[in-house]
Design a protein around this ligand. Structure first.
Ligand code: WQD
Length: 336
């Protein structure tokens, strides 16, 4: 089976490509390298000892994307490509709406022209907005608290509308909680360009000494230690969930939605202390004010994915911390 992976050189995309290749899928990756680097190709091939096709194109480019479908018989698509920084989306909503929506519309248009009906879409728990209760279930009310979240919600609605017009269309929507960790080889992982927005990559840069200390955004939330609680899920567990989603998409029609989380919430200080203990490295931090748009607690009810996909997270917070540190240290060694 030939799987097209948009954004396949990115953090979650690259880990998913590894799992696809290890499970004997053929893979075609399209990526415009806006938040990834070309050396990820070699690292994926080192991990899997397998090759895959790569096109350096933008999914927004209809002609370029059509060429990919002309040159390759695509059986299913996993759509990761898109901007994903919440704060950046508030500052630059037009860039987010244009890129995230237009790329998804062009993808669906070309898929329709080539009668490709199997799609796995990278959505986010952010579409739940401020949850009415916890843990969060797929039938919870949906809302968005940032332009980034709004793009995810709008794309989900586009997929639902296409399913009504085309009964054969089979999108599986995956709502990620907080991806973290790295492949155990240390060859691929999360290494955003510039100053990290997210907690784990920021801690990683403090651990290596690149950044002086972590700013903890508030310790006055209604949580066990006052700091924000999130459902961190190992990126390898997340990647494996996509393979289950492809199987589901290929064998059913109509829209399916699943939370991909562990069902367990960890606070900022839980993560800081675990990272420091597991890797025997100090993580200096200071408590500062809350970050605009943050919610106190967010964690999944992952039972639907278990019952319908046969998937659940298996790796621990300790694994995420160990693998993240292993990756960032290998990156540092490779630079020196
Ligand atoms: C986690 C916790 C912060 C940084 C976002 C998106 C979500 C997904 C993951 C794309 C919070 C605290 C963070 C720091 C801190 N993105 N924090 N200091 O905001 O839960 O989710 O990223 O799919 O859609 O909404 O993740 O890692 O930014 O924050 O104290 O320097 O860490 O307040 O409690 P978030 P995060």
């Amino acid at each position: 089976m030939n799987i097209l992976v948009t954004g396949g050189l990115g953090f979650i995309g690259s880990h998913t490509v590894v799992e696809l290749l290890n499970n004997n899928y053929d893979v075609v990756v399209v990526d415009n390298l806006s938040n990834s680097t070309i050396d990820v190709i070699d690292n994926i091939e080192k991990i899997t000892s397998k090759k895959f096709k790569f096109y350096n194109i933008d999914v927004c480019n209809y002609d370029d994307l059509k060429t990919v479908f002309k040159e390759n018989k695509i059986d299913s698509v996993i759509h990761f490509a898109g901007y994903k920084a919440v704060g950046e989306s508030v500052d630059n909503p037009i860039m987010y709406y244009e890129n995230n929506l237009y790329s998804s519309i062009i993808l669906c248009k070309v898929m329709n022209e080539f009668n490709v009906n199997s799609l796995v879409f990278s959505s986010s728990a952010t579409v739940y907005g401020i949850p009415k209760s916890l843990p969060m279930k797929e039938d919870f009310p949906l809302s968005a608290t940032s332009p980034y979240g709004t793009t995810k919600l709008m794309i989900e609605n586009i997929l639902k509308d296409i399913s009504i017009s085309n009964p054969n269309f089979s999108p599986v929507i995956l709502r990620y909680f907080n991806p973290a960790g790295a492949h155990s080889s240390g060859l691929i992982g999360e290494n955003p360009k510039g100053i990290p927005n997210n907690l784990m990559p920021y801690i990683m840069r403090v651990a290596t000494g690149d950044l002086e200390e972590l700013s903890v955004f508030g310790n006055d939330y209604d949580t066990h230690d006052g700091t924000g609680v999130r459902d961190y899920i190992h990126v390898v567990d997340l990647a494996k969930g996509h393979l289950k989603a492809i199987e589901k998409s290929m064998n059913t029609s109509g829209v399916k939605v699943y939370n991909l989380g562990t069902g367990v919430g960890y606070s900022v200080l839980d993560l800081v202390n675990t990272f420091s203990k597991v890797n025997n490295v100090p993580i200096p931090y200071k408590i500062v004010g809350r970050r605009a748009g943050d919610i106190a607690s967010c964690y999944a009810d992952p039972s639907k994915a278990y019952n319908e996909l046969g998937w659940r997270a298996e790796l621990s917070m300790e694994d995420m911390c160990r693998d993240s540190y292993n990756f960032i240290m290998k990156q540092k060694e490779a630079k020196n």
